[in-house]
Design a protein around this ligand. Structure first.
Ligand SMILES: Nc1nc2c(ncn2[C@@H]2O[C@H](COP(=O)(O)OP(=O)(O)OP(=O)(O)O)[C@@H](O)[C@H]2O)c(=O)[nH]1
Ligand SMILES: [Mg+2]
Length: 482
């Protein structure tokens, strides 16, 4: 997400490295680079102008703080301004009122409306404890109804069996009456898209809005983040016609440059409420401008990482593993479970990027797919092992190696290689446990198969073995700023 922008920003900040203090002359170059970076990321030029003006004013007005480098001070100002331009705090759909609350999902063709409808219902049911009804109201492309029903079954949400021969406004009204009868809290209505903004679509959506106006609907527009300024223009048109209450940026997992995320709030005044980060139903995040600013500036996003970990990692299982490891026991099964836990969090790149300082290191490494491929290869090998072998790899001798190789479609030397690596990991785990008992623990042991022989050579923060704290920790990589 926004890789090029991050890279350009980090180059811009280099202008201030080693300078005594921020001055009009020495921030000129940095500002120029920030400006170019934003324009290249397809940020609206008015937003860029306002942004640069605000950063300059703050930077020159900033008091000199002893012990804080000008580049760190400048990064902090850019961070706050990025967060501010995106709206500062997270705003979710208002769930604090009496239901059924209608959520009308609108947007152009293929932007991700139907997918988002499924994701939002999963989020509201699973995390907000709400009862939800989804309503197919796309009368333009009838197959959309089946698509939504399939997703509904997948996430376990009730759906309304809309009569697509009716007007979407009538469908919405009927669905709301039904939802009231059923005591539902939220009703999510998936509407039709068109290739371009056209009068017919706007007219129809306005009628749907009118039909449910008395219920004070949330109107969320889904916009593909990849489309940059186009998304901003479309949002403006939709907002003028319908009065949007929120925007959802979809496809943030792709290589979107950042233009839409950084401009849409400023241009339309409508808050971004959610971001969609993949095709799976769990790939939905609340939009936190400050955290995203942190990610853009390679400060990582430890808060989101911890939240993700809490959500996806089985605590009991982790505890059991920890206990075993303390006893010096680390099995192939444990290793497999660890790999699964990591996979559940997301791609290796996306997780590493959330760790402060890793963004730059990742760019230096480039492609992480060899490491991910190796993880997959290891899994296939492990899947061909017997239960006994997974509990104690030492029983694996020549004949077993042959069987595992044939079973997993690998060569014998690949299997031997895996065993050698596992032995090394086991040793490393043992060493780490010793160190933890002694009070200090080095950073992560390094993912197997990473370029650089298992240790990617990142600048690692000395770990404490404790849970990472929220922001505001003194002595972090940013001189205690964040
Ligand atoms: N990578 C990625 N793909 C997404 C995301 N959201 C949706 N998609 C994909 O985008 C395509 C279109 O998604 P839909 O949800 O059908 O879009 P829509 O707006 O309902 O499209 P219409 O109903 O035809 O207007 C599908 O292939 C989705 O899987 C996302 O956040 N990331
Ligand atoms: Mg759709």
């Amino acid at each position: 997400m926004f890789d090029t922008l991050s890279e350009k920003f980090s180059d811009a900040f280099k202008h201030l490295q080693g300078k005594g203090k921020i001055s009009e002359s020495n921030i000129e170059d940095a500002l120029k680079d920030v400006r170019t970076a934003l324009l290249e990321a397809d940020v609206n030029f008015k937003v860029v102008k306002a942004f640069i003006g605000a950063v300059k004013e703050k930077a020159l007005g900033e008091k000199v703080i002893t012990g804080v480098n000008p580049d760190e001070q400048f990064i902090k100002i850019v961070h706050d301004e990025l967060a501010s331009v995106m709206g500062n705090a997270n705003e979710e759909v208002d769930l604090e009122r009496v239901g059924p609350i209608p959520v009308l999902v609108v947007g152009l063709n293929g932007q991700g409306k139907t997918t988002f409808t499924g994701k939002l219902s999963k989020h509201l049911i699973g995390k907000k404890n709400k009862s939800v009804l989804v309503v197919p109201a796309d009368t333009f492309r009838p197959a959309a109804k089946d698509q939504l029903i399939t997703l509904s079954k997948q996430v376990g949400v009730d759906y309304f069996d809309s009569d697509l021969s009716k007007h979407p406004g009538d469908i919405a009204k009927e669905a709301l009456a039904y939802a009231k009868e059923q005591g539902k809290d939220v009703v999510i209505i998936d509407t039709a898209g068109r290739l371009h903004v056209d009068d017919e679509l706007m007219g129809q959506l306005k009628e749907v809005g009118e039909a449910i106006k008395s219920h004070n609907p949330e109107i969320l527009m889904v916009a593909d983040a990849m489309t940059g300024q186009e998304a901003v223009n479309v949002a403006k048109t939709f907002h003028d016609a319908l009065g949007l209450t929120g925007i959802v940026l979809s496809k943030m997992d792709s290589d979107a440059k950042g233009g839409a995320a950084l401009s849409i709030r400023h241009v339309t005044g409508v808050p971004i409420k959610y971001i969609s980060t993949g095709e799976k139903m769990g790939d939905l995040e609340l939009f936190h401008p400050d955290r995203l600013a942190g990610r853009i500036l390679d400060m990582g996003d430890v808060v989101s990482l911890v939240e993700k970990a809490e959500e996806h990692i089985d605590e009991k299982e982790a505890e059991r593993m920890m206990k075993n490891m303390e006893k010096g026991k680390f099995t192939v099964d444990d290793f497999m479970k660890q790999m699964d836990m990591i996979n559940n969090l997301g791609s290796m790149g996306s997780i590493l990027k959330m760790i402060p300082g890793m963004g730059g290191a990742l760019r230096d490494i480039g492609d992480l797919s060899p490491a991910e491929d190796e993880m997959k290869r290891m899994k296939v090998i492990i899947n061909s092992m017997t239960k006994q072998e997974r509990q104690d790899y030492k029983v694996i001798k020549e004949s077993r190696i042959k069987r595992i190789a044939t079973g997993s479609g690998n060569t014998e030397s690949s299997v031997k290689d895996f065993i050698a690596k596992f032995r090394q990991m086991e040793k490393m785990m043992g060493g780490m446990m010793q160190m933890m008992k002694g009070g200090g623990m080095p950073g992560m042991p390094g993912m197997p198969g990473m370029p650089g022989g298992g240790n990617p050579g990142f600048r690692q923060q000395p770990g404490t073995g404790k849970k990472p704290k929220k922001k505001g920790k003194k002595g972090g990589p940013w001189g205690g700023f964040f």
